[in-house]
Every structure is written in C-alpha cells, then in structure tokens.
Design a protein around this ligand. Structure first.
Ligand code: NAD
Length: 276
C-alpha cells in the first residue's frame, strides 16, 4: 500500500489505520510537503499509538509517485487536492496500481476521464468516493429513498475551516442521487425559488440544475457534517450525519483498499461495498 498526501490530515490518518491493520503493509508515503521526513515523525506529531509507530520503521516521505512502484505497492490511497489527484490517478492507471481516492473537487468530466483511464486498456482499478464514512453512505442512501416523496429539498453541509472546495463533494453526490431518484420516480420538478430580492449575494446557496439548494458552512471545531432537509405541506423531514473525527472515514477506506482489486474499472461511492 502507498499513500498520496501522507503528511496531510486525512493521509496521515490513513497511514495510521493501515499500520494498525495486520493484513496490510504500508510501503510508500508520498507528499511533496515534507520530502525526506521520517514518516514516524510525521505521525508522531499526529499522536499515533506507540505500536503503530513501531511498524512504520524508517519509512521516509517521498516527493513523487515513483516511490510506489519502487516499493512494489499494489494499491494507492489518495487524499490530496483535485489537481494533484488527477495526475496521481493517471500515474496509477499507467503503472498498474489500484487507486482508492478520497480527494474531492472532481467534475463530471474528471470522472469520465477516470473511467477511461481505468477502462479496458488498464490493468488497474479505481474506487473514488467523496465520503468514506459508512454513516454518510447510509445517509445518502436514505436521502435518495426519501427524495421522490417531498415537494422541496435543501442541503446544508458543514466542514472545518481548512476545506478548500465548496460545496462539498458529499453534498453534490447526495444531490445528484436525489435528482436521479426523483427523475426515475417521475416526481414533479422542484418548486421555483420564491426569493425576489437577495440582500446578500449567495444567501440562497448554490443551486443544482434541478433546483436543489446547497449551503456551505465553514467553521473551526467542525469535521464533516450534512443535513438534508425535505419539505412538503405541513411537514419536514431532516436527515443529519456527523463525522466528529477523521477516524470515521477509516473503516470505509480500508474496506475499499481490500476490495478494489476485485472491482474492475472505475467504482464511484461505497454502495457496492455495502451490498447494493
Ligand atoms: P490536507 O491539506 O491536510 O492534505 C493534503 C495533502 O496532500 C497535503 O499534505 C499536500 O502536501 C499533499 N499533496 C499535494 N499535492 C500532492 C501530490 N502531488 N502528491 C502527494 N501529496 C500531495 O487535506 P485533507 O484535510 O487531508 O483533505 C484531503 C482531501 O480529502 C480533500 O480533497 C478533502 O476534501 C478530502 N476528504 C475526503 C474525505 C472522504 O471521506 N472522501 C474525508 C475528508 C476529506
């Protein structure tokens, strides 16, 4: 296993989770932020458990992807930024390394390109998920089921103050799935926005093509949270999910790492790992 973005918040947490898993071996850590640093020092700063740190040995952070092929990694996990992840994914598809990608900020065109790169011409597979929390995957599944039955839908996503993209990949994925569910069920179009005067630009959030409003909150103290609000005459339903610690993403990441070799081509989201 190798990790792109190993010095970052998520990447370091993935390194710790892999080191704690007895059936996985961490052989490469890539991050241009601290090339040559001992990974043990990086993880030590993140308060890793002593047993975990012993397993990391003298592994050093590398600056480029070739460290993965030098170390013989079969699977790479990427938690970086979209621009870097595009290059890392291309590299994985060309070097027969399966990719598990948590980085967010990809467009539909990006996902089409990934499907192409990891298509018939590549021996590597990729699993891309905007959210590796199993609770969030179930939240999206519930939202999809509820979407056809309400007149109106809005989403509020709340994240830590360092998040660079907005709205979150999870909120966009949730909206896409709800729109598809409404379309498949033949639901009426979502109502037009009643706002006639916006005293502050952006007050109604971003709006998807089908009319779902997405609102982004950024605050220190938050990790990753989302509310999906459904409304019909006389009733509302709110589905809320909270990741209160980055470790909440690790069971999903490890599940994907173990499964990706058997999932040909590009897989999007965790649903196929959760029995649907
Ligand atoms: P971060 O800024 O803490 O870490 C990103 C790291 O990537 C940095 O250390 C940076 O130096 C490194 N990096 C940049 N370019 C690189 C390259 N070419 N090769 C290797 N490393 C490179 O960010 P974070 O909070 O860890 O989040 C990373 C990504 O994961 C973001 O896109 C975020 O939205 C996403 N995220 C996804 C989930 C999920 O469940 N899918 C959960 C949380 C965060």
């Amino acid at each position: 296993m190798g990790v792109f973005g190993a010095v970052g918040r998520m990447g370091a947490t993935v390194c710790e989770a892999v080191l704690a898993a007895t059936d996985l071996e961490l052989v490469a850590a890539v991050d241009p932020l601290r090339p040559g640093a001992r990974l043990a020092d990086v993880l030590g700063a993140a308060a890793g458990a002593a047993a975990t740190l012993r397993r990391v040995g003298e592994l050093e952070v590398a600056s480029d992807a070739d460290a993965l092929s030098r170390a013989g990694a079969d699977v790479a996990v990427d938690f970086t930024v979209a621009a870097a992840a595009r290059k890392n994914l291309r590299w994985c598809s060309e070097h027969s390394v399966h990719a598990v990608v948590g980085t967010t900020g990809f467009s539909d065109e990006d996902l089409d390109a990934f499907a192409d790169w990891f298509g018939a011409s590549s021996t590597a597979n990729a699993l891309v998920s905007a959210n590796f929390s199993i609770g969030a995957a179930l939240m999206m599944r519930c939202a999809e089921q509820c979407a056809p039955y309400f007149e109106s839908i809005e989403v509020i996503e709340l994240h830590h103050e360092h998040k660079r993209d907005a709205p979150s990949g999870t909120s966009l994925a949730t909206a896409r799935r709800m729109e598809a569910a409404r379309s498949a069920a033949g639901s009426a179009p979502l109502p037009a926005d009643p706002t006639e005067h916006e005293a502050l630009a952006g007050a109604r959030g971003g709006v998807t093509g089908a009319g779902i409003h997405l609102h982004s909150v950024r605050l220190p103290g938050l990790v990753a949270h989302q509310e999906v609000l459904f409304g019909s005459a006389g009733e509302t339903l709110t589905i809320r999910h909270d990741s209160t610690d980055r470790v909440s993403f690790m069971p999903g990441v490890l599940m994907a790492v173990r499964a990706v070799a058997a999932l040909p081509g590009l897989t999007i989201g965790l649903d196929r790992l959760l029995g649907s």
